[in-house]
Design a protein around this ligand. Structure first.
Ligand SMILES: [Zn+2]
Ligand SMILES: [Zn+2]
Length: 377
């Protein structure tokens, strides 16, 4: 079928994207779903920082590619062998596809299943195919097995989780990345419990969901840190007990002073080296520094190894919030239903294809939380 999609032809173009236009919105050909695949109509797709990183060439990808890895949609057609989903069902997409059989999947860690990485590097769906091509027949690569900046997408069965139809798809879309990554980092990776303390560095879509997760968990003290004073104000309204402005030399000392030497668990969501250095600097002795933000593929951080040992510190990564999507999405949507994951607050605007390049300028400026692309509206 012929559909409209935003095709990324070149990574690393300079800003403003409104002028250099890294993505070209054009008609492309989408093949029907093969065995184990399904066709979804994309209802909403978020503009996420990882998409921006791809545009910036922080992580090289095969080109041309259709990006977009956070979304929700409606099943329109199912491929051979799929019996548990039918046309009309609503789904949230999962950006870290998994095989279900490897040593990581069977231990309940499908988020680090290596088959997803292989498919991503090859620009394929996890089924080993490519379903998108230009009108001249040139194949177009998939992103994270999804490619959601398009009116429709063919995805693997394992890249979707069915949800109830009463959840607005616009809100559901945000669960595909920002909620799982942010709330998951706090609830799963950090395992924050009632009465504990946590610091969150970086208050974008992921960081704000980490904040919601910390409030939902009943954290006694929630320290929110960002370089943007406006986001600190929002964080305060939404449940942060303490806020600190980052980007100056005094921030780490101020946090340590206010917290009797540091915070037990620190979750970094900014994906930058200064943010990670700050996270390490404000973690208390015996504490845990958790990073959920992806920096440049070659970025390195150093730490004093003797302190790691003698002060029993730990440093952990958190990918997709250590989520098992089939287990955690229903649980997170349950919190949403009870008003504890108010993702609607994060939606800055709805945009159409015409505004997608400009949208990434706004995201790059740190001026917005979540802009939602409605490819069919
Ligand atoms: Zn696996
Ligand atoms: Zn994302």
């Amino acid at each position: 079928m012929r559909i409209k999609a935003a095709v990324l032809y070149q990574q690393g173009l300079p800003r403003p994207y409104a002028e250099t236009r890294p993505m070209v919105v054009e008609e492309v050909e989408l093949d029907p779903p093969g065995p184990g695949e399904l066709l979804i109509e994309v209802a909403a797709a978020g503009l996420c920082h990882s998409d921006l990183s791809t545009i910036e060439n922080q992580r090289p990808r095969p080109l041309p590619i259709v990006i977009g890895h956070e979304g929700a949609g409606i099943v329109r057609e199912v491929g051979q062998g799929i019996t548990d989903l039918k046309p009309g069902d609503h789904v949230i997409t999962v950006f870290a596809p998994s095989c279900g059989n490897c040593r990581y999947c069977v231990r309940g860690r499908p988020n680090i299943c290596p088959t997803g990485n292989a498919a991503r590097a090859a620009g394929q769906l996890p089924t080993g195919t490519k379903r998108l091509k230009r009108l001249d027949g040139t194949p177009i690569n998939h992103n994270s097995g999804l490619s959601l900046y398009a009116q429709f997408a063919v995805v693997a069965r394992r890249s979707c989780v069915k949800i109830d139809k009463d959840i607005p798809l616009d809100d559901a879309a945000i669960f595909g990345c920002a909620v799982m990554t942010g709330a998951g980092a706090v609830l799963n990776t950090a395992g924050i419990k009632a009465g504990e303390e946590v610091a969150i560095i970086g208050l974008g879509g992921v960081g704000m969901n980490a904040l919601f997760g910390a409030v939902a968990a009943g954290a006694e003290r929630i320290i929110a840190i960002d370089t943007n004073p406006r986001k600190l104000e929002m964080a305060k309204q939404w449940g942060a007990t303490d806020v600190f402005l980052a980007g100056n030399d005094d921030c780490a000392a101020a946090v340590r002073d206010a917290t009797d030497g540091g915070v037990d668990k620190v979750v970094e969501t900014a994906g930058s080296i200064p943010a990670m250095q700050l996270a390490l600097a404000i973690t208390a002795r015996g504490g845990e520094t958790i990073s959920a933000g992806l920096p440049n593929i070659r970025a390195e951080v150093s730490y004093l190894h003797a302190s790691l040992v003698s002060e029993e510190r730990s440093i952990r990564g958190s990918y997709m919030g250590s989520c098992v999507p089939e287990r955690d999405l229903p649980r997170l949507l349950g919190l949403y239903r009870r008003g504890k994951l108010p993702v609607d607050r994060l939606k800055t605007s709805h945009i159409t294809f015409d505004q997608i390049n400009e949208g990434f300028d706004l995201l790059s400026d740190g001026a917005v939380l979540r802009q939602m692309l409605r490819p069919n509206g």
